[in-house]
Each structure stands twice: as C-alpha cells, then as structure tokens.
Design a protein around this ligand. Structure first.
Ligand code: MLT
Length: 204
C-alpha cells in the first residue's frame, strides 16, 4: 500500500465508505459524518499528500478552481492503488465501496471515477467541481452518485455541479443532484440527504 496517512475503522456491515476530506482537512475530519450517514459501515479515511501552504489536499492546483490536471491524473491513480491495497489488507469488497468526498475530496473522487481508476459502487460528492477538462469516455453503468451542491456556493458553483452531473450521466452513471440552501460549507441538510440516499432501498 502506498504511503498515505489514514484511519481504517472496521464496521459491522458489508459497506465501506472511503472518506475524502476538503483542503486543509485530515483523516479525522469526515469520520463523524461517516458514522452519522452509515453507522454500520467500515470507514477508510486517508489524508491528502499534497501540502498547499501546510494545508493537505489530494492534488495540486495552480489557483483557486484551476487544477493541475496532470497531477489530478497521477494522484487519482495513486489514491485508487492505495484503496485497492487497503481492500486486500482489510478484506473489504470494492464492489460495496462508496466514496464520500467534500470539495477537494469530491474532486479527486470524481476524477477516480471518470478515469476508471477505482471501481466503486457509489459516490457521494459534496460541493464538487469538474476535475478534468477532457475526461476519457469510461463507462460508469453500475455507478450510483449523489451530488450535494450549494445553491450559493461561489467555488463549486451550481454550473460546475451541473456540468459534472452531465459528464457522469453521459457515461451512464445514475446521478441524483440535490441543491442545498447554502454556500461551500457542509450543513446538517447535506448529512441528512446523504443518510437518506444511503438508506437500504437506495443503494444496496
Ligand atoms: C477547495 O477548496 O478544496 C477547492 O475549491 C476544490 C479543489 O481545489 O479541489
């Protein structure tokens, strides 16, 4: 397994959530959210390896909202390799993996999907953007995605959210978009939306 700092918390259920924090976060950040939305799931939570003025991220950016796409591809592949290694080490099923990312974490999550680097069953993307300008046409037929955007988000704007949803749908992912009455920050409504979406009838 490549050298990410991470936490793994085994759960009683079949599902594993891959938790990917936002810029300046760490492997502890999304654990409470993971427990809240899927109390039985195992949780795998790595820390992004890129440091931007001391703030961990999952890939480099050139400016706010301007991504170093070569680095996005390299880091998405590296993270996917880490997750595959973790699935062998902790014996969890990648087909029952749900990626949960916030902001920069959502962006690396969708990059892994669009590149076909990680075959997860589902993804919950909070405040995501389009991570790659010309992503490959990798089919995502079996993938269910919840996108939770902020109507007033100046960073992950509604246009970005809708453009990402279109890219995923063009590749045949099943995408639900919910727009919250908030900005870039996560709210209780995001947590409730994710919990309801994950309820057994939504994602088996
Ligand atoms: C962030 O604050 O993390 C960004 O706006 C999203 C990103 O850089 O990936």
């Amino acid at each position: 397994m490549s050298d990410f700092i991470y936490r793994f918390i085994p759960g009683k259920g079949e599902r594993t959530l891959l938790l990917l924090h936002g810029t300046g976060g760490n492997e502890a950040d999304l654990l409470p959210l993971g427990f809240a939305i899927a109390p039985d799931a195992s949780l795998l939570s790595p820390r992004g390896k890129i440091l931007e003025n001391g703030a961990p991220r999952f890939f480099r950016r050139l400016a706010e909202g301007v991504f170093d796409e070569e680095d996005v591809v390299a880091r998405a592949n590296e993270l996917a390799e880490f997750v595959s290694g973790a699935s062998r080490k902790y014996d969890f099923d990648l087909n029952a993996l749900i990626t949960v990312g916030y902001s920069n974490g959502a962006n690396i999550a969708s990059a892994m999907m669009l590149l076909g680097a990680l075959k997860a069953h589902g993804a919950i993307l909070f405040r995501p953007m389009v991570p790659l300008s010309r992503p490959p046409q990798h089919p995502l037929n079996d993938c269910e995605v919840l996108i939770s955007g902020g109507r007033f988000d100046p960073i992950a704007t509604p246009d970005q959210v809708n453009a990402l949803a279109d890219l995923l749908r063009e590749r045949r992912a099943q995408v639900d978009v919910r727009m919250q009455a908030s900005g870039h920050e996560l709210t209780d409504r995001d947590m409730e939306t994710a919990r309801d979406w994950l309820a057994p009838s939504a994602v088996a």
